[in-house]
Design a protein around this ligand. Structure first.
Ligand code: KG4
Length: 335
């Protein structure tokens, strides 16, 4: 069984091939064009996807040593994401599936991130989580705690009521003039700073839900005050600012996760999404494994940000259930 996975929900065009559950290739073209604008520009993203999709798919197939006639199905990200970006991948998947007369498999992007934990490469000593497990899904657009009962049975038990964790990091980084995307910059600077140098607001909301807009506002107001007194404040204190900000975000994320683990009695805990690349968050997971006996699952760096390997993996599971979709299906932008 050979599955081609296609991902184009935001600013990465990616294609991957999985044969019998083993990843053969995963090729991604990123879009540097957005850096100058401090965020993803949807129109530019969809144009770049149009340029990239054919060479990226071609490269993935050549790398895997697979021809068009070997494909069993095309799995694609249907949503959520930027509509213009999604449409490129969805339309390409439809055209290819129709021309080869093979089934199409729709994949929810967020479920794809979680199933990235099941991606296996040749010769990989891979240990995947067992069901049920909890997954902290943290990206630029989402912060969720998901109860994963099976490949096809996931329940969001907590979600952000405003900004996502990655969004908060990106926006605070922008306020400091550190560039886009801010997450990796904050991560790098934070390694050299004191996480207890500054104290920022933490949300007080019930259940397993998150909120990051208060932290962002508290950061912004403090920053205005400090910069008004010392124009070189950011330059002199950026390591401490980054470390304190990262510490606060990780602390907010882990508190709710601890509560969910305790209440549900599930101690297999995974993390997924772009922010799972963060060093402080990864260390917090390892620390919780030692302190509370959690069995933790942290993805390889290549599967933290958007990639088609996770979409092909989701497609692999759905193929076994013959969970195919119709040509008529539209993309959707919201979860
Ligand atoms: O999952 P993702 O690639 O895209 C979606 O949002 O779908 O996540 C992107 C987010 C951005 O907010 C980015 O700043 C953040 O992940 N990010 C990081 C790191 N690498 C990426 N945040 C903190 N530390 C990192 N090392």
């Amino acid at each position: 069984m050979v599955i081609l996975g296609i991902e184009s929900s935001c600013d990465d065009t990616s294609a991957a091939i999985i044969r019998d559950g083993v990843l053969l290739s995963n090729v991604t073209a990123s879009q540097a064009v957005h850096e100058a604008y401090g965020g993803v520009v949807p129109e530019l993203a969809s144009r770049a996807h149009q340029q990239n999709i054919v060479p990226v798919v071609d490269h993935a197939m050549k790398k895997a040593g697979v021809g068009r006639n070997d494909l069993s199905a095309v799995a694609f990200t249907r949503g959520p994401g930027l509509m213009g970006s999604l449409l490129v991948g969805v339309s390409f998947a439809k055209g290819l599936a129709a021309s080869l007369d093979i089934p199409m498999i729709e994949v929810n992007h967020l479920q794809g991130h979680i199933l990235a934990h099941f991606v296996r490469e040749e010769g990989d000593e891979h240990v995947a989580p067992q069901f049920p497990f909890l997954c902290l899904l943290v990206s630029g657009g989402n912060s969720q705690i998901v109860l994963v009962r099976a490949y096809n049975d996931m329940e969001i038990i907590g979600r952000t009521i405003d900004d996502a964790a990655g969004e908060a990091l990106d926006k605070c980084s922008k306020v400091m003039g550190l560039g886009y995307p801010g997450g990796p910059v904050i991560d790098r600077l934070a390694r050299k700073g004191n996480p207890h140098a500054y104290d920022f607001a933490r949300p007080q909301i019930g259940g397993y839900d998150y909120s990051f807009s208060g932290l962002k506002t508290s950061f912004l107001y403090n920053m205005r005050e400090w910069v008004s007194q010392d124009a070189g404040f950011v330059e002199h204190h950026k390591e401490d600012l980054a470390a304190s900000l990262e510490y606060t975000v990780v602390d907010i994320l882990m508190r709710k996760l601890r509560k969910a683990v305790k209440d549900l009695g599930i101690s297999q805990v995974a993390v997924a999404g772009g922010v799972s690349a963060n060093t402080g968050l990864r260390e917090a997971f390892m620390d919780h494994a030692r302190r509370y006996g959690w069995k933790v699952f942290i993805p390889k760096f290549g599967y933290t940000t958007d990639n088609a390997a996770m979409i092909a993996m989701a497609g692999y599971f759905k193929y076994q259930d013959k969970d195919f979709c119709s040509m008529e299906l539209p993309a959707y932008s919201r979860a």
